[in-house]
Design a protein around this ligand. Sequence first.
Ligand code: FES
Length: 399
Amino acid sequence: MAKILAIGNAVLDTIFTVEQHPKEDQEMRALSKNHQVGGNVNNTLYVLKQLGHETAICSTAATDPESKQLISGMQERGIDCTYIQKFIQGSTPNSIVTLNAHNGSRTIVHYRDLPEVNFDYFAKIEIENYDWLHFEGRNVENLAGMLNISKTFLDNQPISLEVEKPRDGIETLFSQAHLLIFSHHYASAKGYQDGRSLLQETAKQVPNSNLVCTWGAKGVWLKSINGEIEHISAIPVNPIVDTLGAGDTFNAGLIDKLAQGSSLKEACEFANQLAAQKIQKRGLDDILNAKPENRAIANIKQLSKAKATVIEVGSIGGVILIMHENEVRAYENNCPHQNVPLNEAYKIDVNPFENTMKCSVHDAFFNIDDGECVDGPCWGEHLTPVSVRTDEQGDIYLA
Ligand code: FES
């Protein structure tokens, strides 16, 4: 297995799992909160460690109490932290992440007040002791020199550069890397509609680099040196639980296979599979054994007998949840009259005194207890029940 050094950012993440992302000026309660160490290359190294590689990070840290937490968190991940440049000024970088419990999408607010690794510090590292160098595409000013000495002094070790976001002058670094990994954020910001058009243009500037562009549900585009542009479809995943770190996981899978001598296409296929596996579970622990989680669809505290709550559940679609005599009732959100959601025209009105709820399209009334239509155009028909179970914490699962 390879010795891999990655140069980039290390961050403390605070993750709030929420029903939905808040709007501006909105106040909401999170379903859960947890802390973890993060940052792109830190995550990539953690996955590479699980794939059996020796990993080391070159990053910066402050001297505040949080920096100890950050470094010990990385060490717990099995990452060698010998090359952490310490700064008295500044503070540990933080990300506040809101994670949508229903579709795994994440919104990140990042705060950084810490210098980046400088060239002089990097130049003292014996980079020839490593089999692979992976750079996060930030800190462009210092990275230019780091990439330059790496390419000049290393004969056989591959150099990869992650290009996640557009940054001033980042294109000047491209020719120094053997492998460029672009995200769709960069491609979109540069006006490209897909990875193919980005790679076509980039290949003209850097014909001697392998190129990869990941684009979420649209899949992955790749181009090896002298090869044609190829496309790999995204692997359908349902439900999506957590996309935080999916790109970092992809990068780890890619480096892992390339370090073992696989072709670029084989490496992308493996990385694609690994990233799909990751988004079916929370976090990055035990990523190789990731199995789809049986995820709670709601908590009983969210429900009442006076309101119908509609939850999107990947395999079923909308599910109506409502309390009835201290028990949860669950039905497919599909009116038997015209097979449309009950809230197609407006919200689902509930009458807690008569224990009915009403389809907003043509005013069919349904018993909350058994889903029977007791008044309206589909009189005598039933809503389709959904089997659910509730655990001791009040979390509701599909049964
Ligand atoms: S579609 Fe529901 S009452 Fe007609």
